[in-house]
Ligand binder design. Structure first.
Ligand SMILES: NC(=O)c1ccc[n+]([C@@H]2O[C@H](COP(=O)([O-])OP(=O)(O)OC[C@H]3O[C@@H](n4cnc5c(N)ncnc54)[C@H](O)[C@@H]3O)[C@@H](O)[C@H]2O)c1
Ligand SMILES: O=c1ccn([C@@H]2O[C@H](COP(=O)(O)OP(=O)(O)O[C@H]3O[C@H](CO)[C@@H](O)[C@H](O)[C@H]3O)[C@@H](O)[C@H]2O)c(=O)[nH]1
Length: 447
């Protein structure tokens, strides 16, 4: 099938490469010319496991091509996917300018029938708006084309985007148009093992709301566990035991129950905010989501609060080694990363930081800029040298089994602040290092 994809970001690029691998003829467009020129030469604009090889294979096979030319992209595909960014402002208003710009472009350039699919995360009613913009452009130039607009939200996670694309838990097709449903069903066929379980066809509005409801549920689970972690700390219980205890119940399930330094990334916070805003505006206050947000806001300061306690308030002049800056492992994405809150709070308190991340250093450096109170380190080991204590913010595989004896030697006053509960407190302490986790009673603030 011929497919056009607008947006070569974390989602668009991963999706394009996977469709090309499955044998579709994919043209991926982006408004960022430098990004497209790089991609045409095989240069990756982002870090995503397995993606570079997949893009290279698609380019070599000729099944994956890139363009910055809107018209060419509008004419290429039988199906056209809108996968551009949909940021939300501080209150939760979603900016649909990029989505509508693509819709208008298709309306201006398209010369034959098409299925247009909104894959960007966008509020309920966006597919209706896309349809209105498209029809407006078509009627302005007197064109009469059969165009169907579908909503097809994406559920992949950064860090496992390729895996998630190849084997999605489910594909949600929001359309009541049999032509669009049939075309999308065929397009996704290579990724679907069990259509009755994985393929969900529904109306557009339900599909749009499904995306927000999914992210809101995931965020709620995390904030719930972070609240439980606080309780565990005061009660002398260990949240890791509680997590296993409840996760074993099939009705609850083991995933997304990890207490930690708070959720970050480009989606959870943005989508919770957008859903809460839309519901408030319609007079259906989603009180639970306000609590989810407030808890996450506080959680991002949790490591700093533990350090304040450890240093009895005297953080000024201390040097903190920070392992992990990206919002989660296996990505270079710094959007809404909890590390940023920790760094800001440490700097405001007069501390210095020595930071290391396996992939996010360039993005973090670009975001933060050069300053006297940060040292950008080339290795995890270098970040430790001469630091007072260590904070683990992102649980990259390379941080999971460190040499604790080496850490004890490198740190001036050995202590680990484990923002992702990856270490065994007893093992850390037996190396002569003080241990602070999230919600782990043994090392609680009160004990
Ligand atoms: N990142 C994720 O894990 C994820 C997962 C599921 C859904 N989503 C949703 O998917 C959408 C894309 O997210 P992302 O993380 O890939 O964003 P991104 O910022 O990484 O990429 C978006 C790309 O779209 C391009 N773009 C903007 N306007 C354009 C236009 N008019 N024509 C062509 N290209 C244009 C930008 O230059 C950018 O390269 C968002 O709505 C997001 O909420 C993201
Ligand atoms: O038990 C958990 C799981 C995750 N996190 C944190 O939550 C954030 C988000 O993680 P994750 O959801 O794995 O990454 P994303 O790539 O942001 O993916 C989410 O957002 C995407 C964009 O909408 C959706 O497509 C995905 O389904 C949804 O998981 C990260 O900071 C994680 O550290 C926790 O604190 N505890």
């Amino acid at each position: 099938m011929k497919v056009s994809i607008f947006g070569a970001g974390y989602v668009g690029l991963s999706f394009a490469a996977c469709l090309a691998e499955a044998g579709h003829e994919v043209l991926c467009a982006d408004a960022d010319l430098a990004r497209i020129e790089g991609l045409q030469r095989g240069l990756m604009p982002l870090h995503e496991p397995d993606l570079e090889a997949l893009v290279a294979a698609g380019l070599a096979a000729g099944t994956l091509q890139f363009t910055a030319d809107e018209r060419t992209a509008c004419l290429h595909g039988d199906v056209l996917f809108i996968v551009v960014n949909t940021p939300a402002d501080a209150e939760g208003r979603v900016d649909l300018r990029h989505v509508m710009a693509v819709a208008a472009g298709i309306g201006r350039h398209r010369d034959r029938e098409a299925v247009v699919v909104c894959k960007s995360t966008a509020p309920v009613g966006t597919a209706d708006q896309v349809e209105a913009v498209l029809s407006g452009e078509l009627s302005q130039r007197g064109a009469q084309l059969r165009i169907a607009v579908a909503a097809n939200p994406e559920f992949l996670r950064e860090g496992s985007a390729v895996r998630d694309c190849r084997r999605p838990d489910r594909v949600v097709i929001g359309s009541e148009n049999p032509w669009a449903v049939d075309l999308l069903t065929r397009l996704y066929e290579p990724f679907i093992e069990d259509p009755t379980r994985q393929l969900l066809v529904m109306d557009r509005r339900s599909a749009e709301l499904t995306k927000y409801a999914a992210n809101a549920m995931l965020a709620t689970r995390i904030s719930f566990m972070n609240e439980m972690a606080r309780l565990a700390e005061h009660a002398g219980a260990d949240i890791e035991m509680v997590r296993r205890g409840i996760g074993a119940d099939r009705r609850i399930g083991p995933d997304f129950l990890q207490a930690g330094a708070g959720y970050g990334g480009s989606c959870l916070a943005k989508d919770v905010r957008a859903l809460r805003y839309a519901a408030d505006r319609d007079g259906h206050a989603l009180r639970i989501l306000s609590a989810v947000e407030a808890t996450n806001h506080e959680q991002k300061s949790r490591l700093f609060d533990l350090m304040t306690h450890h240093f009895e308030g005297r953080i000024a002049g201390k040097t903190i080694a920070v392992w992990g800056l990206a919002f989660k492992p296996d990505t270079d994405d710094m959007r809404d990363a909890p590390s940023l809150v920790l760094l800001e709070r440490l700097w405001a308190a007069g501390a210095r930081v020595q930071v290391y991340d396996p992939a996010a250093m360039p993005n973090a450096r670009g975001l933060i800029g050069e300053r006297d109170d940060v040292r950008w380190c080339d290795t995890a080991q270098e970040a430790l040298q001469g630091a007072d204590v260590l904070a683990l913010v992102t649980e990259w595989a390379e941080f999971r089994r460190p040499d604790f004896a080496g850490i004890a030697k490198a740190l001036r006053t050995p202590a680990i602040f484990d923002g992702r509960n990856v270490y065994d407190a007893a093992e850390v302490e037996s190396a002569g290092i003080a241990y602070y986790g999230i919600g782990r009673g043994r090392s609680s603030l009160l004990h």
